[in-house]
Design a protein. Sequence first.
Length: 123
Amino acid sequence: MKTEFRAGRNIAIKVPEHEYDATVAFYRDILALPLLASEAPSATDTTRFEFGDKVLWIDRVTTISQAEIWLEILTDDVDRACTYLQSQGLVRRDGIEPLPDGFQGFWLSSPANVVHLVTSTSL
């Protein structure tokens, strides 16, 4: 059976701390994208916007020096996807950011070092 992939709903821009406020202002004030409510009241390091049928996350990260784009990829079978991607020479990057206990998914980087969250379509 062939592993299926499709674009997820989430796009994250990981932004250095010194560029965070200006980046949020760009999407909020200049582009006027609709702001989404925070998932948690204390989530001061993440701002979310409607981005068409996607959610654009702007995340403040103190340990990077330039912005990074992270993408979500959905699959019908996480274990089969992992096996397939590893057979294609790609390496899991589970240490990149903690995922919740029991979460069905893993981190992966493309050959150009774009981070992808590979997760189940059944979530």
